[in-house]
Every structure is written in C-alpha cells, then in structure tokens.
Design a protein around this ligand. Structure first.
Ligand code: VGL
Ligand code: ZN
Length: 186
C-alpha cells in the first residue's frame, strides 16, 4: 500500500447496499471493495488523512430510473435501506459525506458535479486523491475524470473498485490512465 502524505485525501465512491449483491442495482463482487477500503480508511486515520465518501441519493421517481426513461432500475432512494453505506464499511466519524443524485432534472454521476467538492478540497489544501468504490464504469469514472479536470492528481485503487459492466470497466480504466491517473493496489 502506498503511504499517504500531506495534501492527500481518500475518496470512496458510492459503497452503498444497493450496489452490492442483493441490492437493487447489484454489481458482481461489489461488496469485495469493502475489505481493502477499510485498510485504506485505517491508513488514513493513522496519518490524519481526510476521508470523503460520496453517496448516490435519489428522490423517488428520479429521472435516471427506467420508469422515467432513464437507464437504471430504481436504486439508492433517499433514506431507504439500500441507500445506506455497506454495513461493514468502517466510516470514520470525521468523514465528509458528499450527497449527489438529488437533482430532479439530471443525474449526477460525478461526486464533483454541482457539489462544491473541488472548491472544498482546494480550500483544504488537497492535491492528490486516492479513489476507490462503485462503480468503476459509472460514478468512479465520472468522479475521477472530473477530479483530473479540476487539477487533482489521482490514484485509482484498482482492487477496491468494480464495474457494472466489466468490459466498460476496463475501457474506463484505460480512459483514466490516458488522462494521467495512476493505479495502485492495496
Ligand atoms: C451509479 C448507476 C446509477 C454509481 C449510480 O454509483 O456508479 N451507477 N447510479
Ligand atoms: Zn444512481
């Protein structure tokens, strides 16, 4: 595992029950990201590295749901059981939660999209982000690409992410690397 240094942060994307086996939009092996991410959370605690968690947090009948013409089954409905973080994820009390997907008129795949996250991270002096979570080909990709556009260095924790569609996942990984993202393993 790479050691954290000052100006680093850990960003965990959408590790919620609905994206894990048994959930409304289950990703194969989605729950396998929890164990490595807990190791990163511990390392972050040990080095006073800030931890951020995004969550998908949709209103009922969100525009991204199939009945509304969107691509997804209903998932991560605000305050529902499925919207909770995976119960085994050791969310630190000091973690900052970024809520997205709340807009009625559009989806927000990126944790940076209209959340003020880039503004916050810059004010906090963060320069490099370690990113893991779900899903590699959807919200992780969108988040990582936005992070690059905002000027952050990004390290993708490759064993702590899974794709909805594995083929799209490897394509997403390629796009990220082309944009200057490096990969690491836990
Ligand atoms: C996500 C599909 C729909 C994700 C969110 O977090 O990757 N995927 N909404
Ligand atoms: Zn969603």
């Amino acid at each position: 595992m790479i050691k954290f240094r000052t100006h680093d942060a850990l960003l965990i994307v959408d590790v919620q029950k609905d994206f894990c086996p048994g959930g409304a939009l289950a990703i194969e092996g989605g729950d396998t990201v929890v164990a490595p991410l807990n190791q990163w959370i511990q390392a972050a605690k040990d080095s006073d590295t800030p931890v951020y968690l995004s969550r998908d947090w949709h209103p009922r009948e969100h525009i991204s749901f199939a009945e509304q013409g969107g691509p997804w089954p209903p998932h991560c409905i605000q305050d529902s059981e499925g919207a909770r973080f995976h119960p085994d994820l050791k969310v630190p009390h000091s973690a900052v939660v970024i809520t997205k997907g709340v807009r009625m008129d559009m989806d927000q795949n990126s944790a940076f999209e209209q959340t003020g996250l880039a503004f916050h991270l810059k004010n906090a002096g963060i320069r490099r982000l370690f990113v893991g979570g779900l899903a590699l080909d959807v919200c992780v990709q969108a988040t990582v690409m936005d992070a690059r556009k905002s000027g952050f260095d990004v390290v993708l924790i490759d064993d702590a992410t899974r794709a909805v569609n594995p083929e799209k996942g490897s394509h997403a990984r390629d796009r990220m690397q082309e944009s200057g993202v490096s990969l690491c393993q836990t």
